[in-house]
Design a protein. Structure first.
Lengths: 468, 96
């Protein structure tokens, strides 16, 4: 088929991708946007099948059937609480696909013509090696992220103090191998060494990163999977790959930045900071909380809620862990039935990925206009009767606002302590990811309900129902 | 690839990056998870390149295996990504 015609169709497909992403900017048009983008994909794939370079279809059909079957199965089976793992895995597959594509193109060129020394061929080798580096590290890094989120390995940072030097050395080695390959493209040993270094780099970059920093890492790997696709587009000279790959790359970068701002940390600090610094003087938690913490039974909480006219619910990763989203919504229903106003306060880094809490609450059929962002809900806390914090810790820690010496000082938080009463549902007084005690738990207006999140919420709802 | 093509493709790449930044900044936090899974599906566009790689009909087993793996992974990305995004987006409802 005529190459100009194919490129025109690719242009059409790129436009549909852009309109599709534009649709995602509003909940109302989001479903249509996603459909448009799927249509764009269908068009791009269909026209490619007419490419004259394709001479055999067996592997293609087999591969697509297998991939589609597994992909559909995963998409239908996955639980909403497991969405971060799913996204991590998909990021990895994207990187892996680009890696496989680049490696097969490299070997194919060797087999057919070999690489000459012309500038055009050096450019080709450069993009092949760049794709191998980004694709392979996205693959291995995402698999580590998946293993951590799925709790196949510990969610705690894994590594040693000098780890960043190892990362630095691996990165320099990768760049050196790329340079060597540009000069000496026929050397297969160098090529596989590069692939090995890239895979190792993915492992050592993600292993030292702990659970609560996962939103940043997943966003970053999302960006890499897009950039790998764009780099692959340079290998194939394919415009639609370049355009869509860079759109995805940009998306991941923006999400990464939003997550970093929400934690008041730089990207470098998230990636390399955790293993380095011993985090300040340890605070004795028993002494910190001694005699100041008031715990309450669900029935007592129900009594307080009876007279409340405005309640704000603050969900965190703990809500996902105990699958409490439906129970939370039922409590909100009962409260609203009594004429109480209920809203949800969503911190940008609550949970394990951007928007994690929103998806869980949407699953429980909470209308999305009840989910309020941090900046908009913070001014309303002093007119709020009761705040219910369920499974969140660091994002409501007043130390971030008040204690200049604290490692989390400056991180924007939800100012729940301004409310008349704060109810914290939690398993224990144990510290959150930052490893800090939370002065909120010891405040005069705070009541702790110890136990499983889901059970506690159900008990409160039951007591509230009995009150009438 | 000659220099002229390279420069053209680079221009495309840079402009698309800027467009991406402008578009994505407008996505509300509520939709960040579907945005991620949706862009995941989009990055499966590698499939377009993978098809050419897998259809080359080489006699080298390794080349075929790599091309095949690329097709499987990219298709997985596309199908899994779009379906799961659709599933999530269908849940986002306004009150009433």
């Amino acid at each position: 088929m005529n190459i100009s015609f194919v490129n025109l169709v690719y242009l059409l497909s790129a436009v549909l991708f852009i309109l599709g992403i534009k649709g995602l900017t509003k909940p109302k048009t989001a479903v249509r946007g996603n459909t448009l983008s799927a249509l764009a994909m269908l068009i791009a794939v269909a026209i490619t099948l007419f490419d004259h370079h394709i001479v055999s279809f067996e592997l293609i059909v087999l591969g697509m059937v297998l991939g589609a079957a597994v992909g559909a199965l995963m998409a239908v089976k996955v639980q909403m609480t497991a969405m971060p793992q799913m996204v991590a895995l998909l990021n990895g597959f994207g990187g892996g696909a680009s890696f496989g594509l680049a490696a097969s193109q490299y070997l194919l060129t060797l087999e057919r013509t070999g690489f000459g020394g012309a500038p055009a061929e050096i450019i080709g080798v450069f993009f092949i090696t760049a794709t191998v580096l980004i694709g392979a590290l996205t693959l291995s890094g995402s698999l580590v992220a998946f293993a951590k989120l799925q709790e196949l390995i510990s969610g705690k940072p894994i590594g040693f103090v000098g780890m960043k030097f190892l990362n630095g050395a691996l990165f320099v080695a990768a760049l050196a191998l790329i340079a060597l390959l540009c000069v000496n493209p026929d050397n297969q040993t160098l090529f596989w060494a590069l692939a090995a270094v890239a895979i190792a780099l993915g492992l050592t970059l993600v292993l030292p990163i702990g659970g609560a920093d996962m939103p940043v890492v997943i966003s970053l790997l999302n960006s890499y999977s897009g950039i790998a696709a764009a780099a692959a587009g340079f290998i194939m000279g394919n415009t639609v790959l370049i355009v869509t790959g860079s759109l995805v790359g940009a998306s991941g970068i923006i999400l990464t930045r939003i997550m970093c701002v929400a934690m008041n940390r730089s990207l470098t600090n998230v990636l390399f900071g955790v293993m380095g610094a011993g985090s300040g003087p340890a605070i004795d938690e028993d002494e910190f909380y001694a005699g100041k913490v008031k715990s309450a039974q669900p029935e007592e909480i129900a009594m307080i809620l009876e007279t409340a006219s405005r309640v704000v619910i603050v969900p965190g990763f703990g809500m996902a862990m105990s699958q409490a989203q439906h129970a939370v919504r039922e409590l909100a229903d009962v409260l609203e039935g009594r004429g109480c106003e209920v809203e949800y306060a969503i911190h940008p880094v609550a949970g394990r990925m951007p928007g994690h809490m929103n998806v869980l609450l949407a699953e429980a059929e909470v209308p999305y206009d009840k989910l309020v962002e941090m900046d908009r809900i913070n001014p309303t806390f002093d007119q709020t009767d009761v705040v219910i914090v369920i499974g969140a810790n660091d994002v409501v820690n007043p130390m971030a606002r008040e204690d200049k010496g604290s490692p989390i000082y400056g991180m924007p938080i939800l100012n729940v302590d301004k409310a008349k009463t704060v109810v914290v549902i939690k398993r224990s007084l144990g510290s959150g990811f930052a490893g800090l005690p939370n002065p909120l738990f010891a405040k005069d207006n705070t009541l702790m309900v110890f136990g499983d999140g889901k059970k506690a919420v159900i008990d409160i709802t039951a007591s509230l129902d009995l009150a009438d | 690839m000659d220099m002229t093509t390279l420069v053209l493709l680079l221009a495309l790449f840079v402009l698309a990056l800027f467009l991406g930044v402008e578009l994505i900044t407008k996505v509300p936090p509520t939709l960040h998870t579907p945005l991620m899974s949706g862009t995941n599906a989009i990055s499966g566009i590698t499939l377009v390149g993978a098809l050419v790689a897998a259809g080359a009909d080489s006699h080298n087993l390794l080349i075929n295996a790599l091309g095949f793996a690329a097709v499987v992974l990219a298709t997985l990305n596309v199908v899994g990504g779009y379906l799961v995004t659709n599933r999530m987006l269908a849940m986002f409802k306004k009150k009433g």
